[in-house]
Design a protein around this ligand. Structure first.
Ligand SMILES: Nc1nc2c(ncn2[C@@H]2O[C@H](COP(=O)(O)OP(=O)(O)OP(=O)(O)O)[C@@H](O)[C@H]2O)c(=O)[nH]1
Ligand SMILES: [Mg+2]
Length: 237
């Protein structure tokens, strides 16, 4: 059993709450491990629009899930320090396949197609949903799903089916709030408290919430450190 106390990470935000809400900042060694891992080469491996095209699961894997336009591709770019690794767009629904990236041969990052895009054709939505669901529920190497939530909006109705599905499939997931640069500081505490309340009802949800901004870099170093703990060990020299 993990520690059920909710925590928040995010270097750019100072929380003034009482001890149970205090951020657990990663220590210097963890930050350095994260920095080193994410400074290593990251390469595109495959884009899968069908189940057959999904590459073999040889590495620990972290998938980035969330509504269309929430900032999945931008967060992958911010973590890896590359502007154009994952394709960012101004039109929602741009990432239409599962994109796999290998980081230093130690961790696979997976950019998932977004859900909840109102203008998408029904047939496409059904196809993506079934592909993403089968991937999420059946991927043995999947160590964590980062479920991205826009910090301005919080958890919305389209996010709930995926949370329930991950609970049922016993796939560990963690909320990462995106676009923290756009959230007025005074609203942060309320937003976090509401999400914490909701997470208590979800058995597979990690209690720690990451606060991130791909724009100003806040929370990125802490998230790197957290993800580095899931990576395969570096090869012996
Ligand atoms: N201000 C701000 N804008 C952001 C941030 N992250 C992403 N954006 C913007 O949000 C828009 C969508 O970003 P994407 O990274 O393409 O979002 P996505 O979740 O990959 O979208 P889909 O692939 O369509 O599902 C782009 O215009 C980004 O520049 C952030 O941290 N802060
Ligand atoms: Mg995308």
């Amino acid at each position: 059993m993990g520690d059920p106390t909710p925590r928040h990470c995010g270097a750019g935000h100072r929380l003034t709450a009482s001890p149970p809400m205090a951020p657990e900042a990663p220590d210097a060694d963890a930050l350095e491990r994260g920095r080193l891992l994410f400074a290593a080469p990251c390469e595109f491996v495959a884009g899968a629009a069908t189940e057959d095209a999904i590459p073999g699961d040889t590495l620990p894997e972290v998938a980035f899930a969330g509504r269309s336009n929430v900032g999945k591709s931008s967060l992958i770019n911010a973590l890896t320090g590359r502007r154009t690794l994952a394709r960012v767009s101004h039109t929602p629904g741009r990432t239409q396949q599962l994109n796999f990236f290998t980081l230093a041969g130690r961790l696979m990052l997976v950019d998932l197609p977004g859900y909840g895009f109102a203008q998408a054709a029904k047939r496409d939505v059904a196809r993506w949903t079934s592909l993403v669901r089968r991937y999420l529920a059946g991927r043995a190497s999947l160590r964590r799903v980062l479920l991205l939530i826009d910090s301005r909006h919080g958890i919305k109705e389209p996010d709930r089916p995926i949370m329930t599905m991950l609970d049922e499939a016993a796939v560990s997931y963690q909320i990462a709030l995106t676009k923290a640069d756009k959230l007025p500081q005074k609203e942060l505490g309320e937003r976090l408290a509401a999400i914490e309340r909701e997470l208590k009802r979800h058995v597979a949800a990690h209690p720690e919430i990451h606060l991130t901004s791909a724009e100003d870099g806040s929370g990125i170093a802490a998230l790197r450190a957290s993800l580095a703990a899931l990576a395969a060990p570096p090869p012996p020299r």
